[in-house]
Design a binder for this molecule. Structure first.
Ligand code: PLP
Length: 361
């Protein structure tokens, strides 16, 4: 069986070169006679893996020295709680921007720990755009401002990162980290579940500015305190070792490709192919406002639920997998993360053209 083009929103495709490298080292990593899965997290082999992963990531994202990189577990969903548990140190107030289902979940969780103000929302138009955030909307006393940089389900992206002044900006970057250039110094904290652009599910990446560590109250469980992971170099307990190893391979792959600048160019090319077709198509269209369209998650609809279902079924038979839209929004969605080759998007567009010709009335 050949590999398919998998348009899943996550877990999603990994670069074939990365999978093959992992395969070649699976039973005997670096002459250790063991799989990475079997190595002690305190061994010299694993120490090298985690240190290299961090070093390469720091270079890729140009992470300043006053930020810590943490490799932890619990998914982005656990960050919905860890962020308020750790950052509600001062006023116990936070400003959130509601741009979709994942923002809503983050808001709901944060409300358990302090006063949450939703300063802007795009719910009025089905989350089909990104609201503008201006400095005067932000409470200068807030402990932080939270945004979801890319809305995986709705297919929108913040093209302009809001300037929050002295209030730390926290970003859920789960679905567009490493896909385009970000100035890390504009953020107080960035988090991302790994299963889209980083590696296998089970690993969560946190990039946090030093001064935001150590603010958690006494009652915060040790595993949910950023300080625990920061002070132990993400080795307080057994970390997701294989996930960190895979992330290292993905970071090295990205570096080899030319880094994030090169990756962003490819991502713009891929998204452009699909959006251009959606503009000219008389069957398919994008529900998202033009200037806020995501490079990573591209929802689209046909004129009927029946055609949507037929499209997904026939696409699957043609080796184009997981194109069904999220259950909350319907239609279709093509997730074209870093590992999706340009040829995959070309194959999808060719299939859409053919489908349109065959099924137009
Ligand atoms: N935030 C965003 C933007 C996501 O896309 C997802 C998952 O798809 C999550 C949070 C939840 O991530 P996890 O499954 O790692 O908890």
């Amino acid at each position: 069986m050949t590999r398919v083009y998998n348009f899943s929103a996550g877990p999603s495709m990994l670069p074939l070169e990365v999978l093959e490298k992992a395969q070649s080292e699976l039973t005997n990593y670096a002459g250790s006679g063991m799989s990475v899965m079997e190595l002690s997290h305190r061994s010299k082999w694993f120490t090298d893996i985690i240190e290299t992963a961090e070093a390469v990531l720091r270079k890729l994202m140009n992470i300043p020295d006053n930020y810590k990189v943490l490799f932890i577990q619990g998914g982005a969903s656990q960050q919905f709680a860890m962020v308020p548990m750790n950052l509600f140190g001062g006023s116990k107030k936070a400003d959130y921007v509601n741009t979709g289902s994942w923002s809503k979940k983050a808001i709901k969780e944060a409300k358990k720990y302090g006063e949450v103000r939703v300063i802007a929302s795009s719910e009025d138009k089905n989350f089909s755009y990104i609201p503008e955030i201006t400095a005067d909307m932000i409470d200068p006393e807030a402990d932080y401002v939270h945004i979801t940089t890319n809305n995986t389900i709705e297919g929108t992206v913040f093209n302009k990162i809001p300037d929050t002044g002295n209030v730390p900006l926290v970003a859920d970057m789960s679905s567009n980290i490493l896909s385009e250039e970000f100035d890390v110094s504009k953020f107080g904290l960035i988090y991302a579940g790994a299963q889209k652009n980083i590696g296998p599910a089970g690993l969560t990446l946190v990039i946090i500015r030093d001064d935001l560590i150590g603010k958690a109250g006494e009652s915060v469980p040790v595993m949910l305190d950023y300080k625990t992971h920061s002070e132990s170099g993400s080795l307080y307990n057994t970390p997701p070792t294989f996930g960190i190893y895979m992330a290292k391979l993905v970071f090295e792959w990205l570096k080899e490709l030319g880094g994030i600048v090169a990756m962003e160019k490819i991502n713009r090319e891929k998204a452009g192919l699909l959006y251009d077709f959606l503009e000219e198509s008389s069957m398919f269209s994008s529900p998202v406002q033009k200037e806020d369209r995501s490079l990573m998650n591209i929802p689209f609809v046909s004129p009927s639920d029946e055609l949507d279902a037929l499209f997904v079924k026939e696409a699957k038979a043609a080796g184009l997998e997981t194109l069904k839209g999220h259950r909350s929004v319907g239609g279709m969605r093509a997730s074209v993360y870093n590992a999706m080759p340009v040829d995959g998007v070309k194959a999808l567009v060719a299939f859409m053209k053919e489908f349109e010709q065959t099924h137009s009335t």
